[in-house]
Every structure is written in C-alpha cells, then in structure tokens.
Design a protein around this ligand. Structure first.
Ligand code: HEM
Length: 175
C-alpha cells in the first residue's frame, strides 16, 4: 500500500520481476487461448493447449504471492503531476485487475473437462467432474478473459499515454 512517506521512485526488484513474469504469461496465454481455436483438429492443438493450462497453473501461486506482497512491499512515491483523484482511480482499477486475473485463473481450473499433465510431466486432476458445472465455468472463463483483455489494453494505453506526453516516470516505476 502506498504511504505519504514513500521516497522510492520505482518498485523493488521482487515487485518488478513478479509484474513482468505475470504480464508475459497472461499476454501469451490470452493470445494463445484464442489462437487455439484455429489450431483445433491439428497436431499442434494438444501441445499448445497443455502448455497454456500449465502456464496458467504456475501463474496461480505466483499471483497469490504477488497479491500478498502488495501489503509488505516498500512504498513508491507518486509523481506530483498525478492528482489525488487520479491516484484513487488507478488504485481502484488495479484492484479490479487483480480480481479479474484470479477469476480467469480459477475458472480455468474449474472448467476442465479432463485431467492433464503439467508441462506433460505431473498429473493434474480436474477439480469438478460435473459437465454442466464445467460448462458454467467455461462461460465465466470466456467472459472474464474478455474483461481482462479490455483492462490490459486500457492499462498499456494509459502507460503509453503518460510516457509519450512527457511523464516517463510512470513507466520507470516498473522498469
Ligand atoms: C494466465 C491466465 C489465463 C488466460 C489469460 C487464459 C486465456 C484463455 C483464453 C483467451 C481462452 C479462449 C476463450 C474463448 O474461447 O473464448 C482460454 C481457453 C481455455 N483455458 Fe484459459 N486462460 C488462463 C488460465 C487458464 C488455466 C489456469 C486453465 C486450467 C488449468 C485454463 C484452461 C483453459 C481451457 C481448457 C480452455 C479451452 C481451450 C483449451 O483446450 O486450451 N486457462 N483461456
């Protein structure tokens, strides 16, 4: 959580690593989740489907650590140019971002209609064995992915807007 006594100008190394690891996994898994539709029926489908599920699975504990770490990490000062109202809005959007990521991850597991092997190695049993409930979570997964994609685009667009309008310090907080 941010505090008024914050003096650091960018996030600590652990926060920055967590941010970029999660961002990479989510952007890859989202693109590949849609590309998988085009791969259906080809010999590539199983490989990329298992890879996507495996990446999503390891992203879940990483996200939990990331969520918990927010309460312990050193605070980072906001640039003076950002108004109090804007700060509150950004913090709120980040909360919705975290929540949406967790809904995508959890619904991904709960929609599984068969067991799979994590990276082709470790067996993972599907948690729910009732097709109608799996279908319900598939719908949740589908819509939460669309919401996540929309938030992601807004997030990147906002950072780019600041960067190219003379406020590169916003992006530097996470570099
Ligand atoms: C990093 C987080 C994740 C993202 C961004 C993501 C994204 C997506 C997207 C965009 C789709 C296509 C949705 C559609 O057709 O409308 C999809 C499908 C699917 N997702 Fe996820 N997902 C994530 C995590 C997971 C997890 C943790 C699992 C389960 C372990 C999972 C299992 C599936 C399955 C089974 C499908 C159907 C296609 C397939 O066979 O791979 N996802 N995902």
């Amino acid at each position: 959580m941010q505090s008024h006594s914050a003096t650091a100008l960018r996030y600590d190394r652990f926060t920055r690593i967590l941010h970029w690891v999660v961002a990479t996994v989510i952007i890859y898994a989202m693109c590949m989740g849609y590309i998988l539709h085009a791969l259906e029926g080809t010999r590539w489908f199983t490989f990329f489907s298992v890879l996507n599920m495996s990446l999503g699975t390891i992203a879940t504990p990483i996200m939990l650590v990331r969520f918990a770490w927010r309460f312990f990490r050193p605070s980072v000062a906001w640039p003076d140019s950002i108004s109090q109202r804007k700060k509150q809005m950004v913090v709120f959007i980040h909360e919705v971002f975290y929540l949406t990521i967790m809904v995508v991850l959890v619904s991904g597991f709960l929609m599984l209609q068969k067991d799979y092997h994590l990276f082709g190695l470790l067996p993972v049993t599907r948690p729910i064995d009732v097709p109608v409930i799996n279908h319900f979570f598939f719908v949740i997964h589908r819509y939460s992915c669309i919401l996540l994609g929309a938030i992601l685009v807004m997030h990147v667009a906002a950072v780019l807007k600041y960067t190219f309008s003379g406020k590169p310090e916003i992006l530097r907080r996470m570099l």
